[in-house]
Design a protein around this ligand. Structure first.
Ligand code: FAD
Length: 295
């Protein structure tokens, strides 16, 4: 009997903001470090990869599925602690906490640094891994330290500097450690100002992004030459479709699922856009969305 409820051939689409794709060979929801270690050992024993999913807002899984163990942090990784001394707040959040809820909570308490991130869907773990950012703010800006579980099953603490943060990038993309917790140092500000910054950012998202259709945020990272959406639009691809996968008519750097898109259609559209933008501008777009499985 396993100490962990590991389910086999588990449908993943409900866990992904793209709402498509195949099954995980194994899936488990994790409630403790011991369970994480058990999951790690299970994947080593079976000689299959282990993948940790946050809220699945930046992921495309192949229709053929994922030949590995996908784990998701459960309720016990969903709490945060706040302490403040009137001039600054320390916010310590477990990796499963929803970024938007932490951002709103600390802003409501009058502490700055996460307010522009309120509209980014997903977890603290996913945001640290991606160094998520928006409207001039990044997760790295106020982060003090990150606690992880290493591949050897040991607990480790990284200072901000040790996380090697860069645009949509962190050391965790290389070392594959499991992020358990992150702490932030937030300076005192004005609650009213922070709340209106959140509202303005949310309004801008509603106006510019196709939030009514399944998507995974920006399809491509910003190259040094400019905004991917502008290049995609100038290549004449806004609204272009492959099956039910479409380059959003609202924002060309979003690929949306019109209803019944397969992961294959979405992946083909990514490749098509990359090819056309390269032909037209000799710019190699780099994907921000993470592809999992065989395409
Ligand atoms: C409508 C929409 C708008 C978006 N806007 C933005 C935006 O403005 N800015 C921005 O940066 N992104 C944006 N995104 C993309 C996405 O929300 C972010 O990348 C987010 O931080 C991903 O978090 P997640 O929990 O969903 O991670 P997932 O998508 O589940 O995973 C992303 C990566 O993080 C890793 N990961 C997750 N949790 C852990 C953990 N505990 N330990 C180790 N690795 C982990 C996963 O293995 C995976 O490799 C948007 C997405 C959508 C759908």
């Amino acid at each position: 009997m396993s100490a962990l409820n590991i389910q086999e051939n588990y449908p993943m689409r409900k866990h992904l903001s793209f709402r498509c794709g195949g099954n995980a060979r194994f899936f488990a929801e994790i409630e403790s470090i011991d369970e994480l270690i058990f999951a790690r050992n299970f994947s080593l024993d079976k000689n299959i990869p282990l993948f940790i999913l946050g809220q699945g807002t930046n992921i495309l899984i192949s229709d053929l599925g994922y030949n590995g163990l996908i784990i998701k942090l459960g309720k016990s990784f969903n709490s945060f602690e706040l302490s403040d001394n009137g001039t600054q707040m320390i916010a310590k959040a477990k990796a499963g906490v929803i970024l938007g809820s932490l951002s709103r909570k600390v802003s409501k308490e009058g502490y700055a640094g996460l307010q522009m991130l309120a509209g980014i869907p997903g977890t603290i773990g996913g945001a640290v891994y991606m160094n998520a950012g928006a409207y001039g703010q990044e997760i790295a800006d106020t982060l003090i330290e990150v606690k992880t579980l290493t591949e050897k099953g040991e607990l480790k603490t990284y200072s901000n500097k040790e996380c090697s943060f860069a645009y949509r990038s962190s050391i965790f993309q290389k070392n594959k450690e499991i992020i358990l917790e992150a702490s932030f140092k937030l300076p005192k500000s004005e609650r009213n100002i922070l709340e209106s910054e959140i509202e303005n950012a949310m309004k801008s998202r509603r106006e510019k992004q196709p939030l009514d259709k399944p998507n995974a945020g920006s399809a491509f990272k910003r190259p040094k030459e400019g905004f991917p959406g502008a290049f995609i639009e100038q290549a004449g691809l806004k609204g272009f479709k492959i099956g039910d996968a479409q380059v959003s008519e609202k924002h060309a750097n979003f690929i949306v699922n019109l209803g019944n898109a397969t992961a294959k259609e979405i992946a083909e559209l990514f490749k098509y856009v990359e090819q056309k933008v390269y032909e037209r501008f000799q710019i190699k777009l780099e994907r921000e969305v993470i592809f999992l499985g065989d395409f």
